[in-house]
Design a binder for this molecule. Structure first.
Ligand code: BES
Ligand code: MN
Ligand code: ZN
Length: 500
C-alpha cells in the first residue's frame, strides 16, 4: 500500500476523510465539502451523537451530488488533543476503517487547526505513519486468501499545505516502521523455520544498511566460557548463536563521546521449558520467546535506516530450549562467562541464563554508556502488569526516567518495579554462587536480580516484555499479533537523549 502527500484538494471520487474539532467545528475543507453536498455533513452530524471528540467517526455513504463512495468525518477533539501519537492513532483507525473501499483510493484532507501546536503537514506525516503501522500483515504462509480478507485500497493520499515537508518527515518515520515490520515478521515466523541459525541469517541482512554483523557459533562461545547460554541450547539439535550488530553512525573519536550504547535481547527461538517442561496448552506461544532479540534487530534496522547519529551495539543470544537426552538437568551447575557459577534449579528459567552471558559479553567487550536488555522473561510480569505496561528494572534512575518518558512519548508504556539486596538474597544458592530461580513470590524481580549480577556497575535497564510482545486484539497502530513493542520506544530514547 502506498502513502502519498499532495496539495489540499477535495477529490471527486473514492473515499474522502475530513476532520472536525470538538463542538463540531468543521475544518475549512469539511465546510467546502458540506457546501458541495448541499449540507450533507452538517445534517449527518446533527442527526447523530457525533461531537468531534477524538476517536469519534461518522460515515456518510455515497453522498448525493457527488461521485464519492464515502465521506468519513473524523473527530480531532480539542486543539490540544492534536499530538503526534494521537495523529498516528488516527491514521491507524482511518486505515482500518477504509481498507475495504473497493475503488482503491482514500484521500485524507487536512487543514491546520487554530490553537493546535501541530501544523497540517506535521499532522499529515504522523497520520501517514500510523496508517502504515496499521497496514502490517503477516500472511506469507497462506496459500489462499479470501476476497473479503484482502485489502482493497491501493493508496492513501494525504493532502495538506507544505506537503513536500510532510513527505520528508514521513520518509524518516517510515524507516522506523520498516524496523517495526522486521521485528513483527520475526516474531510471527514459526519455530521450524526460525531457529538460531536462520534468525542469525536474518540479522545478517542488515549489513546492506551499513551495520556490521558478526555471528558467533558454539565453539567460539565455548572458548569465551559462555557456559550459561550454552547449557540452555545443549538439548537442541540447532546450534546456538550469538549475533553482534554494530551501527557506527555517531562520533568516531576515541573519546568518551564515541562510547556506544548497547541493546541486548533474549532470543529463545522456542521455549519448551526443557526438562522442566511446560504444559502443552498454549506452548505454541513460545515461538515468540525470541521477541527481545527481534526488537533489538528491528531497532538496529530502524537506527541504520534513518541514519541515526549514534554508535549503537545490538547483541542477541539465540538458543532453542528443548528436552533431550543431552539436555541440561535441574540441579546442573554451569559456569558463566563472568566466572560466576549458577545452579540450574529450573530449566524453564532459561532466558536469564542466556542473558547472563550476553550481558556480560556486551559490557566486557564494548564498555557501553549503558545497556538495555529486552526479554519475554517471566509469566509473573503478566500477572503484575497484564499487557498495558512492560516491566522496567534498573540500577540507574536517569536511564530509568528516560526510558519511562520515551515510553510515554510513543505509547509503549513502562512501569518500574524495585530491585534491592533483599530480593537479591533470594537467588543465593547453597552449592553455587547463585540459583536460577527465587522462592515463591516476586518472580519477575528475582529474574531481574539475576541479570543484575552480570552487568557490573554499568547503567543498565531490563525490560520484561512477556505481556506486551504479542497482542490478541487490534490496536490503532498495531494489528493483532506481534507488536514490536520496544522498537519505537528505544528509537525514541536514542532520538531524545543520545543523538548529536
Ligand atoms: N519464556 C518464559 C516466560 C513467558 C511466559 C513469556 C509466558 C511469555 C509468556 C520464561 O522462559 C519462563 O518460562 N519463565 C518461567 C520462570 C519460572 C520457571 C521461574 C515462568 O515465568 O514461569
Ligand atoms: Mn522458560
Ligand atoms: Zn523463555
Amino acid at each position: 500500500m502506498k502513502i502519498t502527500f499532495a496539495k489540499p484538494e477535495i477529490p471527486s471520487k473514492g473515499i474522502v476523510v475530513v476532520t472536525v474539532n470538538v463542538g463540531n467545528k468543521l475544518s475549512s475543507s469539511a465546510k467546502t465539502l458540506d457546501v458541495k453536498t448541499g449540507g450533507a455533513l452538517s445534517r449527518a452530524i446533527g442527526a447523530s451523537r457525533f461531537e468531534g471528540k477524538k476517536a469519534q467517526t461518522l460515515n456518510i455513504v455515497a453522498p448525493e451530488r457527488t461521485k464519492l463512495d464515502l465521506i468519513m468525518i473524523v473527530g480531532l477533539g480539542k486543539p490540544t488533543d492534536i499530538t503526534n501519537i494521537e495523529m498516528q492513532n488516527l491514521g491507524g483507525r482511518i486505515y482500518a476503517a477504509t481498507k475495504q473501499g473497493k475503488n482503491g483510493a482514500v484521500s485524507i484532507v487536512l487543514d491546520t487547526v487554530a490553537g493546535s501546536k501541530m501544523k497540517s503537514n506535521e499532522m499529515a506525516a504522523e497520520i501517514g505513519y500510523g496508517a502504515k503501522l496499521r497496514s502490517y500483515s503477516f500472511n506469507k504462509y497462506k496459500t489462499q486468501i479470501k476476497a473479503d480478507q484482502k485489502v482493497a485500497i491501493k493508496a492513501v493520499k494525504i493532502t495538506c499545505d507544505n506537503f513536500a515537508s510532510a513527505r520528508k518527515v514521513f520518509d524518516k518515520l517510515s524507516k522506523i516502521a520498516d524496523g517495526v515490520f522486521f521485528t513483527r515478521d520475526l516474531v510471527s515466523e514459526p519455530p521450524n523455520i526460525l531457529y538460531p541459525e536462520t534468525l542469525a541469517k536474518e540479522a545478517k541482512t542488515l549489513e546492506k544498511l551499513g551495520i556490521k554483523v558478526q555471528i558467533l557459533g558454539e565453539s567460539q562461545m565455548r572458548k569465551m566460557g559462555m557456559g550459561a547460554l550454552l547449557g540452555v541450547g545443549q538439548g537442541s539439535i540447532r546450534e546456538s548463536k550469538l549475533v553482534v550488530m554494530q551501527w557506527n553512525g555517531g562520533s568516531k573519536s576515541k573519546s568518551k563521546s564515541s562510547q556506544p550504547i548497547a541493546f541486548v535481547g533474549k532470543g529463545v527461538t522456542f521455549d519448551t521449558g526443557g526438562i522442566s517442561i511446560k504444559p502443552s496448552a498454549g506452548m505454541e506461544d513460545m515461538k515468540w520467546d525470541m521477541g527481545g532479540s527481534a526488537v533489538v534487530i528491528g531497532l538496529m534496522k530502524a537506527l541504520a535506516g534513518r541514519k541515526a547519529n549514534v554508535n549503537a551495539v545490538g547483541v542477541v543470544g539465540l538458543v532453542e530450549n528443548m528436552p533431550d537426552g543431552n539436555a541440561q538437568r535441574p540441579g546442573d551447575i554451569v559456569t558463566s562467562m563472568s566466572g560466576q557459577t549458577i545452579e540450574v534449579l529450573n530449566t524453564d528459567a532459561e532466558g536469564r541464563l542466556v542473558l547472563a552471558d550476553a550481558l556480560y559479553y556486551t559490557n566486557d567487550k564494548f564498555k557501553p554508556k549503558f545497556m538495555v536488555n529486552l526479554a519475554t522473561l517471566t509469566g509473573a510480569i503478566i500477572v503484575s502488569l497484564g499487557s498495558h505496561h512492560a516491566g522496567l528494572f534498573s540500577n540507574n534512575d536517569q536511564l530509568s526516567d528516560r526510558l519511562t518518558q520515551a515510553g510515554l512519548d510513543v505509547e509503549e508504556r513502562l512501569w518500574r518495579l524495585p530491585i534491592s539486596d533483599d530480593y537479591d538474597k533470594m537467588i543465593d544458592s547453597q552449592v553455587a554462587d547463585m540459583q536460577n530461580i527465587g522462592g515463591r513470590g516476586a518472580g519477575s524481580i528475582t529474574a531481574a536480580q539475576f541479570l543484575h549480577r552480570f552487568v557490573g556497575k554499568t547503567p543498565w535497564a531490563h525490560l520484561d516484555i512477556a505481556g506486551v510482545t504479542w497482542s490478541k486484539s487490534d490496536k490503532p497502530t498495531i494489528p493483532k499479533g506481534g507488536t514490536a513493542f520496544g522498537v519505537r520506544l528505544l528509537d525514541k530514547l536514542v532520538e531524545n537523549y543520545y543523538e548529536g
